[in-house]
Design a protein around this ligand. Structure first.
Ligand code: QAP
Ligand code: CO
Length: 171
């Protein structure tokens, strides 16, 4: 089922998510709904809080070299913890909760993460490149943070001004 995505400045997006304790049918339904919603909006990553569910659940589905978003490349990440971070990289990020805005954000280039899959099996894996960036972006959502909080003071001011203007225009 496609759910509604919360958009900035919705207060719920600032909420801290909590760990999943039951790897049951309702978790699977949440993951399936997140997937339907993400594909519907043409996203590559989504955190549960973006559909109003404050659980430590996120999904990432990057496109492959041919530009296809294959289901076998879907990552379902539950209760993630970053164990190691290394290096720096920047990327022009966007977010389904801040539609139409993109900017360069600096993050760690490599991360080692422990997480659970939908069946409750624990994994420990190193991630690089866009996958590492996407994971850090989505894990920020779980802590109640958005990528626009990483902008410089001046860029943030400009963003706020443009955003209000855009909202007034009814977009
Ligand atoms: C997070 O972002 C991310 O503004 C996922 O109009 C960010 O899926 C992963 C989107 C950076 C990797 C690198 C944004 C769709 C999608 C928009 C997204 C929009 C329509 C963003
Ligand atoms: Co986002």
């Amino acid at each position: 089922m496609i759910r509604e995505i919360l958009v900035y400045p919705n207060k719920l997006l600032r909420e801290k998510s909590v760990d999943v304790t039951q790897f049951d049918e309702s978790l699977h339904q949440l993951l399936d709904d997140m997937y339907d919603t993400m594909l519907h909006k043409e996203g590559i990553g989504l955190a549960a809080i973006q559909i109003g569910i404050a659980l430590n659940v996120l999904i990432i589905n990057l496109v492959d070299e041919e530009g296809f978003q294959k289901p076998e490349n879907l990552y379902e990440v539950i209760n993630p913890v970053i164990l190691e971070k290394d290096g720096h990289t920047t990327f022009q990020e966007g977010c389904l909760s801040v539609p139409g805005y993109y900017d360069e954000i600096e993050r760690a280039a490599h991360i080692k993460v422990s997480y659970f899959d939908r069946y409750g099996t624990q994994h420990c894996k190193e991630f690089h490149d866009l996958m590492a960036i996407a994971l850090q972006h989505e894990m920020d959502h779980l802590k109640g943070h958005l990528f626009i909080e990483k902008l410089s003071y001046l860029k943030r001011k400009k963003f706020e001004k443009d955003w209000k203007k855009q909202q007034k225009a009814g977009k």
